[in-house]
Design a protein around this ligand. Sequence first.
Ligand code: IMP
Ligand code: MG
Length: 172
Amino acid sequence: MKNISVMISEREVDERINEMAMQINEDYAGKEVHLICILKGSIFFTCELAKRITVPVTIDFMAVSSYGGGTESSGTVKIRKDLDEPIAGKDVIVIEDIIDSGRTLSNLLELLQTRNPKSIRLCTLLDKPSRRVVEVPVDYTGFSIPDKFVVGYGLDFDQNYRNLPYIGVVEL
Ligand code: IMP
Ligand code: MG
């Protein structure tokens, strides 16, 4: 097991998620929200956020990949697991773990728009703005972080460390 240094503590993450949920509760007062959790990275964040949302919530899951074989995202998003339910007429919030180049979310958003949701917003736990290649309209951001490879709270390094309750940096 490699050494992991804490970038954002469990308490800081939890407090921020509280704030984000309060904002969503305010923005969606009197409505229902349909959360789309992008597997696998967003699963911890989605659960913690959903637990704190007080307007009626439904949740669906999608797994996508925009990385062909290499480390650079490609132009199109590949659906590995599609949603179970239609999103037409729903107020949708797409939940991401991290936005890096922005390619995944930008492609995904384009695809979801064709299914006629009533509205669609983007919510991400982490953002690396310095890495952005494609602009994406992010509505809710937990933390903007520097260009470091982070793990924990759902984020992996080679499928490991997703279960860490904080955001950490793998020390090489
Ligand atoms: P994008 O298309 O470049 O924005 O890719 C975003 C995806 O890359 C995220 O959903 C993550 O799966 C992955 N990713 C980007 N940066 C990190 C990181 O620092 N740690 C773990 N996964 C990352
Ligand atoms: Mg990943």
